[in-house]
Design a protein. Sequence first.
Length: 217
Amino acid sequence: MDMTIPAPPTPRRSRKRWFYIGGFVLLLLLAPLGLYHALNWWNDREMAALYQELDAEDPNWRWPDILAEIQPPQGDSNSAVQIVKVAALLKTTPFDTGPGWKREGAPRNARLSREDAKTLQKAFAKLDPQTVPEARKLKDLPTGGFAIKDASKSFFLINLDEVQSSRSVMNLLSHDALQRGHHGDHTGAIESCQALTNTARWRRCDRRGGRAAGRHG
C-alpha cells in the first residue's frame, strides 16, 4: 500500500487579476494625455471667447490692421531717414569718450570737471564735421518710422537693428547737450534735447505705412 502524500495542487493565477492590473496601468498612461487634450480644448474655447470680445470692442486690433492704420511721413520729413544717416556717420567714426570719461555716477545737475570737459571736447573733435549738425536736424523732425521688411511676421520676430542705431544717435545728442550746457549755450543744449526726444519717438511701419509697432524711449 502506497502511503505517499500527494503534493498540493499549484494554485492557478487569476486572469482577472492581470486584467485589472493591465487596465490600471493603461489608465495611468492615458490619464495625462486626456487631461492635456481637455486643457487644450478649454484654453482654445477661452481664447475664442476673448477674440470675439476684442473684435466687438476694437475690430482693428490684429497685427496687420495695426500696421495699415497710419501712414509714415514721406521723404526728408521722416525722422527715421535722418537717424539712419547719422548712424551711418557714427558707424564710420564712432563717438567714444574713452576710458578718461568719469561722468558716470556723477549727479545729473553737476557741472563738468575740467578733465571731463577736455575729454568730451576731444571725443567731438574726432567726429566727422557733419555728424553733429546732421544729428541736430532731428530737432525739427518730430515724427518718423522705420520700414518693416516682412510685416507678415509676428511682432516678436521683427528685426530691431534700428534700435541700436537710434541709441548711438541718442548717445551723441545727450553728450552734445551736456557740452553746450557746460559752455553756456543753453539754447543749443535745449535744441539738442529736442533732437534727442524726436529720435526716441521713431516708429516701425510697414512698406505701405503703418501704426507704431514699437517705440524706443
